[in-house]
Design a protein around this ligand. Structure first.
Ligand code: FPP
Length: 219
């Protein structure tokens, strides 16, 4: 969800205003994603490297997450959205962890869309943790989460920035120029159109018919 800072800067506003606008954008994209029958939507809200930002910006973001978690639970329940968080919890401010747990508990039954907030998240760290706790590749994948089909990065950036590195092994990447606060339902539609136009081969070949090949080999 890149571009909040630039969005604010262009309007002569503090960066925190950009993040607030980003939260509004998230609300409308959650609704649009559910309408498109997307099963899981994972949003990168705070990376483990974001702790390096100015203390005031980090504090503003944490308060925004608190506000979101408090306000959005009822909305999620109404919309059938299951809310959960991925990432480390031990470094988040003490007021956030119980709110995350409560949101997860209350929205557990949501079956229309699973919204995952990546908070204090690092894919590399998640991979190391999953590898330490899993004996098989299946258990490892399960510890991380579902594979990503479509990964959208906004604001003209062209990086993965330590986001879902394992899960996105065969993800289709869409880069949008819109700043996140300007990313609306029409932008999501365009990203999905691009996704649908891609040919996904997962390393195989299209138009290759093994049965046909086998029969020619017999002949
Ligand atoms: C990156 O844009 C954005 C973030 C580090 C924060 C993302 C958070 C939100 C969108 C707030 C809403 C989320 C929730 C869960 C309430 P940037 O600040 O790096 O933008 P820039 O590249 O233009 O400076």
């Amino acid at each position: 969800m890149d571009g909040n800072g630039r969005w604010a800067q262009r309007r002569g506003l503090p960066r925190a205003e950009g993040h607030r606008a980003g939260a509004r954008s998230l609300r409308s994209i959650v609704e649009a994603a559910a309408a498109h029958r997307i099963g899981t939507l994972t949003v990168y809200a705070f990376s483990s490297d974001n702790w390096r930002r100015p203390r005031a910006e980090v504090a503003a973001l944490m308060l925004l997450f608190r506000h979101y978690l408090t306000e959005e639970v009822e909305e999620c329940l109404r919309k059938g959205v299951r809310l959960s968080a991925i990432g480390r919890r031990d470094r988040l401010p003490g007021f956030l962890t119980p709110l995350i747990e409560e949101a997860e508990r209350r929205t557990r039954g949501g079956d229309r869309l699973h919204l995952r907030l990546a908070l204090d998240y690092s894919a590399r760290e998640a991979i190391v943790r999953a590898a330490a706790g899993a004996r098989t590749r299946e258990a490892f994948s399960q510890a991380l989460g579902p594979d990503v089909d479509l990964l959208i990065r906004t604001a003209g950036e062209r990086r993965l920035s330590d986001f879902l590195l394992w899960e996105a092994a065969y993800a289709e990447l869409v880069f949008a120029d819109e700043l996140w606060p300007d990313f609306d339902a029409a932008c999501l539609d365009r990203a999905l159109q691009q996704f649908r136009s891609r040919e996904r081969r997962f390393g195989g070949l299209t138009g290759y018919d093994e049965a046909w090949d086998a029969s020619t080999a017999i002949a």
